[in-house]
Design a protein around this ligand. Structure first.
Ligand SMILES: Cc1ncc(COP(=O)(O)O)c(C=O)c1O
Length: 390
């Protein structure tokens, strides 16, 4: 047998291992110091009551012969696909049920979609970036071209007609930068993709954080996007499903044969998301579910505002913090990402994520997240103000 040699081309993932090692060393040296973790990319609030109730009921259905469910449709139950379809209607996007595929989260589908594409395609990926796009393409041995995201373009790179690409990754609201594309910018990407006969893989795992009315939450709000884009969405951050696992992927019919190929791929290699989880997920889209999940999002966004306001007060350049749970800041005093990490940990007991861990353009930047608790966000920002005022 021959192994997939492309795996040896993967960059070693040191980021979170390094962070944990540094925290452990700090704790050992200063057992009395309290650490506030603001690097966390996971949610911390529990599932909403409507979701929990629906899942309890679904468990009871599984316990009775009359209502027990075995294998479900690979692409998801109609009740959930209809809920997703109605959710899109609210932003004036009409989807056929056959275009909606329920997944066990955005990460799996972002990787699995590559089954549909030949290895001989050029992939365009922003730098800095959520590492999954780079790693999944490296595993397949595809050629990757990076587009520069930086302070000059507010970490929202736009298409460059002189660069050729077949597969384009866009993530908005972005992880790690919190930056959000507006309609006009996304329209430029759609025009570019059509010109190049390319496909956009649009990751909108954070769409529910978009609060500014005219910012797009879906690429399908842009005219012509159904001819060139696939969208990946997730209930992980929207409704606290990081451990429950559920998302959805939209593959437009206009992209045939990709829609049929994806259906074939899923029915062959995937056996669907559990009935219990889908019952809970459907409630996220109910009126009460939307109200309850918005309450949790508002809690996180209050943290984001405290962090963003502190950056403004300290005169630190940043993106995100609005329409996104991430705050991406330029390290103060010209420090490098890891230098600032050490400084913040040692001097203020605050942990964030060094931007350098997300790509070369992340050097000199730092990511804070709003997923912790309110009291910690307030305390951390007070510590930061004191530290940087010294
Ligand atoms: C940009 C982005 N896409 C996708 C995911 C993965 O989402 P899921 O939990 O649905 O797999 C994450 C999770 O952090 C993310 O930041």
């Amino acid at each position: 047998m021959k192994i997939n040699a492309n795996y040896s081309n993967l960059e070693k993932s040191y980021l979170f291992a390094n962070i944990n090692q540094k925290i452990a060393a700090f704790k050992a040296a200063h057992p009395e110091r309290d650490i506030i973790r603001m690097g966390i990319g996971d949610v911390t609030l529990p599932l909403c009551p409507v979701v929990v109730d629906a899942m309890h009921k679904a468990v009871d259905e599984m316990a009775a012969k009359e209502t027990f469910k075995g294998y479900g449709p690979e692409q998801g139950y109609d009740f959930l696909r209809e809920a997703v379809q109605n959710y899109y209607k609210k932003i004036n996007v009409d989807l056929e049920l056959a275009e909606i595929f329920i997944s066990d989260g955005a990460k799996s589908d972002l990787g699995n979609i590559l089954d549909l594409f030949d290895k001989d395609n050029t992939v365009l990926i922003p730098d800095p970036v959520y590492p999954v796009y780079v790693d999944t393409n490296t595993m397949d041995g595809r050629k990757i071209v990076f587009m520069e995201a930086n302070a000059e373009n507010s970490f929202l790179p736009l298409p460059d007609a002189s660069v050729d690409a077949d597969i384009i990754y866009l993530c908005s609201p972005n992880n790690p930068t919190g930056a959000v594309y507006n309609r006009e910018q996304l329209a430029q990407w759609v025009a570019y993709a059509k010109e190049k006969n390319a496909v956009i893989l649009f990751d909108c795992a954070y769409e529910s954080f978009v609060a500014t009315p005219d910012l797009p939450r879906s690429i399908f709000e842009i005219e012509g996007a159904k001819d060139c884009a696939i969208e990946f969405c997730s209930l992980s951050k929207t409704a606290g499903f990081t451990g429950v696992r559920c998302g959805y992927t939209v593959v437009p019919k206009a992209l045939e044969p990709l829609n049929s190929m994806w259906l074939r791929r899923q029915t062959t290699k995937f056996n669907g998301v559990s009935y219990i989880v889908q019952k809970g997920a459907a409630e996220v889209f109910s009126e009460e579910g939307i109200r309850q999940t918005r309450e949790n999002l508002a809690y996180y966004m209050r943290n984001a505002k405290i962090i963003a306001d502190t950056m403004k007060e300290l005169g630190i350049w940043f993106t995100g913090g609005e329409n996104s749970p991430y705050i991406w800041l330029r390290c103060p005093k010209g420090m490098g990402s890891w230098e600032f990490f050490d400084y913040l940990l040692n001097e203020a007991g605050i942990v964030g994520t060094p931007g350098a861990g997300f790509g070369k353009n992340g050097e000199g930047f730092f990511r804070l997240t709003a997923f912790g608790n309110y009291e910690n966000a307030v305390e951390a920002m007070n510590r930061l103000k004191k530290l940087l005022a010294e």
